[in-house]
Write a protein that binds this ligand. Structure first.
Ligand code: ARG
Length: 455
C-alpha cells in the first residue's frame, strides 16, 4: 500500500499508477477553494455536534485544527502530500494529523456534496466580485458621458455614417449593455446560492444530519431539495459562464470600437501611454493592445462555456468524474473577466476623446438627410414622398449639381429653413424623443442610468 489512496484504501490491495494520479488529481487547481472547503467543514462539524454525532470536545478539536490548516495553507507552510488527491482530501488529512477526532469529520458527507458546496461558495463570492467590477466600469462610462457635455459624433449602421448622436449617448449604450450583464449575474447568483451539503454521495444519509443547519451556517439562501440533483447539478456553473461570455462579448465590442477610434483614420480617441503598447520594430507605433485583448478574450470565454456544456451533456445522474472538469473553465473565466474589466476600465478612464475630430466627421450635410425628410413630414408630406424629395437632392449633389445645402435652399418644398438643418451641430439636437441621441434627451437618460446603477 502506498501513501496514496488513504481515503478509500479499504477495498484496494495495490496503490494507484502514476498515470492515474496525474490524470485524477485536481489539487493543482482546486486548492484555490481551500477557504471554501474549510468553511464547509466548519459548518459540517458544527452540525455533527449539534445532532449528537460529535462531542463538543471533538468538535472544538476539529475546529481548532481547521483554523490551523487554513492559516498554514494561506501562508504557504502547509505541506501537501503526494497522497492528496484534491483539496478536500488534503484538508481532511491535515486536520486528522493535528486532531485524531479529524477521523470523524467526514461523517455523513461525501466529496460529491462537499465539492458542489465548495464550488457554490467560491462562485458566489467570485460573481459578487465581478459584479462590482462591471459596476465600476459602468460608473467610468457614466463619468465620461457626463463630462462629454454636448459633444457629438457620427452614429453608424453598417459602419457607414448614419445620424449624429451625442458622445454621451454612445458611451451609455455600452453602459446599458453592462446593466443587463449585472442583472444576469444577479439572476445566476440566485441559483448559485443553494447548499448541497447533506446530499451525501448521492442519496442523503441514514444519520440524523441537518442540511438546513449547515446551509444557514454557510449563509446559503436555500438548501437542496433532491440529493441526486444536488450532486449532479452544475447548471450554476454553466449559467455563470454564459453571463461571463455575454459580458465578454460586450467588452469585446467596446474593445473593437476603441481599436477603430484609435486608428489614424478615425482619430476619435487618444489613448493614454500607460494603457498602450509600442512596436518592437516600428518606432512610431502606439497600439491598443488592451482593447485587442478585450476583444480576443471573448473567444476563450465562449470556449469555456461550450466546453462545460459538452462535458455535461451526456452524463447520467449523479456525480461523474467528468464533472471535475467544471472548475478550470470557471476559474479561467473569472480570472479572465476580472483582468480584462480592470484593464479596460483604466483604458477608458484615461482615454482622451477627440471631440473636434468627431464633430468634423459628424458635420457632413448628408448626415442630416433624415432630418430634412422629417421636417417635410412635420409640414404634412407623407414620409415616402419626403424620402424621395430629399433622396433626389442627395443624388443631384453627389452628381455635382451643387452642394446639398445650396440645392436644398433652392428647392420649392425645402428652402432656407430646411437648409439651416444642415448646419454643423444642428442635426444632433433634433432627436429629442425618449432614449434618443440628442444631448437634451441624454440628460434624462443619464438620470435613468444613475437610478439603474443605484437600484
Ligand atoms: N475532486 C473531485 C471534483 O473536483 C471531487 C471528488 C469527488 N470524487 C469522487 N471520487 N467521488 O469533482
Amino acid at each position: 500500500m502506498t501513501e496514496r489512496g488513504q481515503l478509500w484504501h479499504g477495498r484496494f490491495e495495490g496503490g494507484p499508477s502514476e498515470a492515474l494520479q496525474a490524470l485524477n488529481d485536481s489539487l493543482p487547481f482546486d486548492r484555490r477553494m481551500f477557504r471554501e472547503d474549510i468553511a464547509g467543514s466548519r459548518a459540517h462539524v458544527t452540525m455533527l455536534a449539534a445532532v449528537g454525532l460529535l462531542t463538543d470536545l471533538e468538535r472544538d478539536e476539529i475546529l481548532a485544527a481547521l483554523d490551523q490548516v487554513e492559516t498554514a495553507i494561506a501562508d504557504g507552510s502547509f505541506e501537501f502530500a503526494v497522497s492528496d488527491e484534491d483539496i478536500h482530501t488534503a484538508v481532511e488529512r491535515g486536520v486528522t494529523e493535528i486532531a485524531p477526532a479529524g477521523a470523524k469529520m467526514h461523517t455523513g458527507r461525501s466529496r460529491n456534496d462537499q465539492v458542489a458546496t465548495d464550488l457554490r461558495l467560491w462562485t458566489r463570492s467570485a460573481v459578487a466580485e465581478i459584479r462590482d467590477l462591471v459596476v465600476r466600469l459602468q460608473r467610468t462610462l457614466l463619468a465620461k458621458a457626463e463630462a462629454a457635455g454636448d459633444a457629438y459624433l457620427p452614429g453608424y449602421t453598417h459602419l457607414q455614417q448614419a445620424q449624429p448622436v451625442a458622445l454621451a449617448h454612445h458611451l451609455l449604450a455600452h453602459g446599458w449593455a453592462l446593466q443587463r450583464d449585472v442583472e444576469r449575474l444577479d439572476d445566476a447568483a440566485v441559483r448559485v446560492d443553494v447548499s448541497a451539503l447533506g446530499a451525501g454521495a448521492l442519496a442523503g444519509s441514514s444519520l440524523p444530519l441537518d442540511p438546513e443547519m449547515t446551509a444557514a451556517e454557510l449563509g446559503f439562501a436555500k438548501v437542496f431539495d433532491n440529493s441526486l440533483d444536488a450532486v449532479s447539478d452544475r447548471d450554476f456553473v454553466a449559467e455563470v459562464l454564459f453571463a461571463l461570455s455575454l459580458l465578454g462579448v460586450h467588452i469585446s465590442r467596446m474593445g473593437e470600437e476603441l481599436i477603430l477610434w484609435a486608428s489614424t483614420e478615425f482619430g476619435f480617441v487618444e489613448l493614454d501611454d500607460a494603457f498602450s503598447t509600442g512596436s518592437s520594430m516600428m518606432p512610431q507605433k502606439k497600439n491598443p493592445d488592451i482593447a485587442e485583448l478585450a476583444r480576443g478574450k471573448a473567444g476563450r470565454l465562449i470556449g469555456n462555456l461550450t466546453g462545460l456544456l459538452a462535458t455535461m451533456k451526456g452524463l447520467p445522474l449523479t456525480y461523474n468524474k467528468d464533472m471535475q472538469e467544471d472548475k478550470e473553465p470557471l476559474f479561467d473565466a473569472i480570472d479572465t473577466v476580472r483582468l480584462t474589466l480592470i484593464a479596460l476600465d483604466g483604458m477608458i478612464e484615461s482615454t482622451t476623446f477627440r471631440t473636434d475630430a468627431m464633430a468634423a466627421q459628424a458635420s457632413s450635410p448628408y448626415a442630416a438627410a433624415t432630418d430634412l425628410a422629417e421636417w417635410l413630414v412635420a409640414g404634412g408630406m407623407p414620409f415616402r414622398s419626403a424620402h424621395a424629395v430629399v433622396g433626389e437632392q442627395v443624388r443631384n449633389a453627389l452628381a455635382g449639381e451643387g452642394s446639398l445645402p445650396e440645392l436644398v435652399a433652392a428647392h420649392p418644398d425645402l428652402g432656407a429653413e430646411a437648409a439651416a438643418l444642415l448646419e454643423p451641430g444642428v442635426s444632433v439636437t433634433r432627436r429629442t424623443t425618449r432614449g434618443g441621441g440628442s444631448p437634451a434627451a441624454v440628460v434624462a437618460q443619464i438620470e435613468r442610468f444613475k437610478a439603474a446603477l443605484d437600484g
